[in-house]
Structure formats: C-alpha cells, structure tokens
Design a protein around this ligand. Structure first.
Ligand SMILES: Nc1nc2c(ncn2[C@@H]2O[C@H](COP(=O)(O)OP(=O)(O)OP(=O)(O)O)[C@@H](O)[C@H]2O)c(=O)[nH]1
Length: 419
C-alpha cells in the first residue's frame, strides 16, 4: 500500500517520539518539525503531506500560529493541545481543522491513531447528504470531506432513493427533516422499506429542537438525530459511530459466513445462498451445475506429516480454488476436507473442463509444508463429482454430487465424474 507522509509539529521530544510511533503504526511515514521555523523550511514538501498533527503551542508560535500557517497552505491539520479554555477551543473549532485532541486525556493517543487509520480509508466510505438547501448540503459536504469521506448529495427524498440505488456502498444517510414533497421522516420510512439498520445508518437533522423529534426520527427508522446548528465534535463523533456500527455488522456477517481456516465461504453460507437458487432453477426449468470435491488420502497427509501440514494443504487448495473460481462461481469448504462449487447455469461440458483444469493444477501444485531441512514440499490430488440438471431439490443435488464423487474415488481417485 502506498505510504503517505504525515507532518508532526511538536516541541516535546517524548510526545514527538510517541507520535512518530503511532503515525507509523497507522501506516504513514512521519516527518517532524519542532518549531514554526522548521515547518516553514518544509514548505516545498507540503503537497506530499496527507495531513499534519500540530501542537497548538510552540516556542516560536505560542498561540496556534502554526495551525493557521499550515491550513492556509492546504495542509489539513489535527490539532493537539494541552488543557485549554473554552474560548481557545472554540477558536480552534472555527478553523477548518480535521479534529482537535487534548493531550492530557488518556484516550488521546489511541484516539489519534484510530483517527489517522480512518482518514486513510474514509475515501472508500460513501455518505449521502439530503436536503433542499444547497448551502447546508455544501456545508455538510465540506465537513465530511475534511475527514476524507466520499460525499454524494440529493436535494429531495426521491433523488435520495435514486442515489441509494446507484451507490450500493453508501453506509450513512444524513437527512434534513424539512423537505417539501417527502420530509426526512418519510424518507427514513422509505429507506427502511428497502435497507435494514444493519445495512445503512441514518442521522436526522433539524433546526427544530422540539424534544419529541428525536423519538420521531428513531421510530421512523433513523439511528440518530442532531439539532442544527450542532457542535462540530459531536457531529464527527456521531458520523463515525454510525459508520462503525455498519462496518462492525459487516465484519460479524463476514466472519459468520467464512471458514476460519481457509477463508472460503462456509457450509452454512453455501447452503443459504445456493438452496434458493436451485429452487428457482427447478421452477423455471433451467439447468444448474454443482461440483463436490474431496482431497484424496488426506488422512495419510495428517498421519505422515502432522495436522498442521494437513492444514497447510487445505489452505493451499482453497487459495487455488479462489483463484480459479472467484468471483464468478461460489466456492465453499463444506466439511473437513470437502469443498463445493456452485457453477449455476454453466453448461455441463464447460463445468467438466473447468473442474478438470482445476484438478490438474492441484495435481501439479507443490505444497510447502515447512517441515525440517529435507522434504518440504508434498503433492496431493482431488476427486470431483459434478451434477448438472434442474429436476432435483438442493438436498437431492448434494447427495447426487456426493455419490458421483465416491464413484470417482472408487474408480481410482484424481478424476472428475459427471452425471
Ligand atoms: N489437518 C486437518 N485435517 C482435517 C481437518 N478436517 C478433517 N480433517 C481430516 O481429514 C481426514 C479425512 O480422512 P478420510 O475421511 O478417512 O478420507 P481420506 O483419507 O481423504 O481418504 P479418501 O477420501 O478415501 O481418499 C481425517 O484424517 C480428518 O482428521 C482439518 O481441518 N485439518
């Protein structure tokens, strides 16, 4: 991954060391300056900086002068301060800084690292901003773009629904309540008729500080609500929290669907996905193809080289399977040394060709099991049963493929047999 430079402006050596460490851990390359004078010498390199972490008070810039200097030259800044009074804090927040962090807070350094990690990937996160006022939308866009989010705008509810269809990666919708044809509450309802709270978060916005509005928004499907004008820090915290909720759900779902050892889809996911497709193919009379794969004499790999070596073989086969079949076909580990591939409407002959190529590649693959100084690599083979048709239920298809697989085993292994 490309590394970006982060400028650290800090006069305390221990804090500088700490920042360098966490900037590196967040995947950036740290460049340091201890005074405003040194910052000025770096000016020719400013376009290289992803952002700057700026100490509010420096020996030659005691009142935030370094912040203004860098922001004026388009270097986005995260401000680090000691304990500050409300007036200074508000002055900092008036500036277009990414964030400000008080150093005395124990959470400051984990927070800074998390912020940097997020800033690096936020461009992949799409946020939809909905409202009739172009100025308000632009203001929200500006705030969100300071954190590198990819912002999409819609001027009414209907346009918002269209944008959601166009951009399935939108994780958060921020909507004004007051809109003419479809207000924010109705938009929440419409979004929820298509997308669950685990897929898209919604934050409602309104100038109206009537307390019942929060409950109204939430009852209509929003996750959160903010009264405008809002406190900038609260805005960023809520945006982050709502996006992280969606991301965490996606991680949990991915883990629940994935085989821990090989990274392939697991049996449950394969059954959940394929079973309804087979049902549809049965109703529509369209043929589909499913292959069942089993490693030959796998027990002897475990017995001879150990269980860890067996695991390496499983992972190597899975890797090759992903390369051969993803993303067009659904490949899964459905048992200990058993795999399935659903090739849907692929023709029988095409499926036999694809699976036989795969079988040959496995036969020729040298698996490095990393044992001792002598023989490090071993080879293995697989047997495959393929069933093709449209007149069976999912369970019957699985049984058929299994029977064909065992025909391949009985006929000598390392072969493909189709019905
Ligand atoms: N290393 C490892 N072994 C596993 C795992 N899951 C199942 N196995 C092993 O897979 C082997 C399956 O053996 P058998 O069912 O006897 O089949 P086989 O030795 O492959 O023989 P054939 O299928 O008849 O060619 C057993 O030794 C299991 O312990 C796993 O996650 N890791």
């Amino acid at each position: 991954m490309k590394k970006f430079n982060v400028l650290i402006v800090e006069d305390s050596k221990p804090i500088l060391a700490l920042h360098k460490n966490l900037v590196t851990r967040a995947g950036f390359n740290p460049i340091t300056a201890e005074t405003l004078e040194q910052v000025k010498l770096l000016e020719p390199r400013f376009p290289e900086f992803f952002c700057a972490i700026i100490d509010y008070s420096l020996p030659d810039a005691p009142n935030g002068e370094a912040i203004a200097y860098l922001l004026a030259r388009n270097v986005p800044g995260i401000v680090m301060t000691g304990m500050i009074d409300d007036e200074t804090r508000n002055n900092i927040l008036q500036l277009p800084v990414i964030d400000y962090i008080t150093k005395e807070n124990k959470q400051a350094y984990p927070y800074l690292q998390h912020l940097l990690e997020k800033l690096r990937v936020n461009h992949l996160t799409k946020i939809l901003v909905v409202g009739e006022s172009q100025d308000t939308r632009n203001h929200l866009k500006d705030l969100l773009e300071r954190h590198n989010y990819h912002v999409i705008q819609a001027r009414c509810g209907a346009a918002a629904i269209e944008e959601l269809e166009k951009h399935p990666q939108i994780k958060l919708v921020i909507t004004e309540k007051e809109m003419a044809n479809m207000d924010g509450l109705e938009l929440c309802n419409q979004i929820r008729s298509k997308y669950s709270k685990d897929e898209i978060s919604i934050i409602g916005l309104s100038e109206d500080n009537n307390q019942s509005l929060t409950a109204k928004f939430i009852k209509n499907g929003a996750n959160d609500f903010l009264t405008t004008p809002f406190c900038l820090e609260e805005f960023y915290c809520r945006v982050l929290q709502n996006i992280e909720y969606i991301e965490n759900i996606a991680i949990i779902q991915r883990q629940a669907n994935t085989d821990y050892l090989t990274g392939l889809f697991n049996r449950r996911y394969f059954f959940e996905q394929v079973s309804p497709i087979i049902k549809r193919r049965y109703i529509d009379g369209i043929n589909s193809t499913l292959a069942m794969i089993d490693i030959d004499y796998f027990k002897s790999v475990n017995d001879t080289y150990g269980h860890d070596a067996g695991d390496v073989v499983l992972k190597s086969i899975a890797k090759l399977m992903q390369r051969h079949f993803s993303p067009n076909y659904l490949a899964a580990r459905v048992g200990g040394e058993e795999f399935c591939i659903f090739l849907d409407t692929t023709s029988r002959n095409q499926a036999i060709m694809l699976l036989d190529d795969f079988r040959k590649d496995i036969e020729n693959m040298l698996v490095d099991i990393g044992i001792g100084s002598g023989k490090n690599t071993i080879t293995c083979t697989i047997s495959i049963g393929i069933t093709h048709g449209c007149d069976s239920s999912f369970d019957e298809i699985m049984i058929k493929a299994d029977e064909l697989l065992y025909d391949a085993k009985d006929s000598g292994r390392n072969m493909v047999i189709a019905d």
